[in-house]
Design a protein around this ligand. Sequence first.
Ligand code: G3H
Ligand code: 13P
Ligand code: ZN
Ligand code: NA
Length: 283
Amino acid sequence: MLVTGKAILHHAHENEYAVGAFNVNNMEQVQAIIEAAEETKSPVIIQASQGGLQYAGVEYIAQMAKVAAEKASVPVAIHLDHGTDFKQIMLCIRNGFTSVMIDGSHYELEENIRKTKQIVEMAHAVGVSVEAELGKIGGTEDDISVDEKDATYTDPDEAEKFVAETGIDSLAIAVGTAHGPYKGEPKLDFDRIKIIKERLNMPIVLHGSSGVPEESIKKAVSLGINKINIDTDIRMVFHKAVKEFIASNPDTYDPRKIVGPARKAMKEVIAEKMNMFGSSDKA
Ligand code: G3H
Ligand code: 13P
Ligand code: ZN
Ligand code: NA
């Protein structure tokens, strides 16, 4: 069933687990996510970035995700990932997204608050949930020094002020993860997760979660992370499956035969993630 992001994350916060938020830009990804959620009886968030929406078309993503959500027996939210543009966010809401992210993390605190607050007022007026970001989540850098850490990681005092002034439903925090694959092993600032969770007592979000070892993910969840964003790991599973299929069946040209195995492989990895995040049997 289609629900708001807030409903899903409130339940996760109250029951101390995390929900997977998986990026999509095509039908097979949407289906893989829903099949995994049904199999594990897991609430789930289907999300698309602005780039994903540009690729597929916002209407296609919204409609595919809506069909999937409405057919599903588990709670499903449809979420805009890293929204930066007012018009784009409005368009997603108009097309039925039940949750949006406003990413003003590259602005100064006051400007981030101002931009986020504007989206919260508009989205909440029509029952749509809002995630925002504070601190700078890494690109692909790995070893960040202590000084850089204080400058870029989410500051707990600022987080408290940010939440109080904006009224957001969930907060994405910078604690050592980075979007994309890692060169070495990512080192998460677990103390910071713990402090932020204690101070905010609300759903908090981990971005850049592909490539983070299982023990770190589980520890982050135990300290209060409630939404875990995964994109790269699923892209890689897709790529591997397609590559292997084509290598062993170079003359097969039917797209269903080429992409079908990738859908199955993505479903399996997504189900494993759901077990790891603790969302299985929580629907
Ligand atoms: O946060 C970034 C997501 O992985 C989306 O990436 O902008 O290439 O779609 P993208
Ligand atoms: P990864 O690509 O590292 O999984 O990050 C995804 C993400 O944070 C999307 O917002
Ligand atoms: Zn992200
Ligand atoms: Na990552």
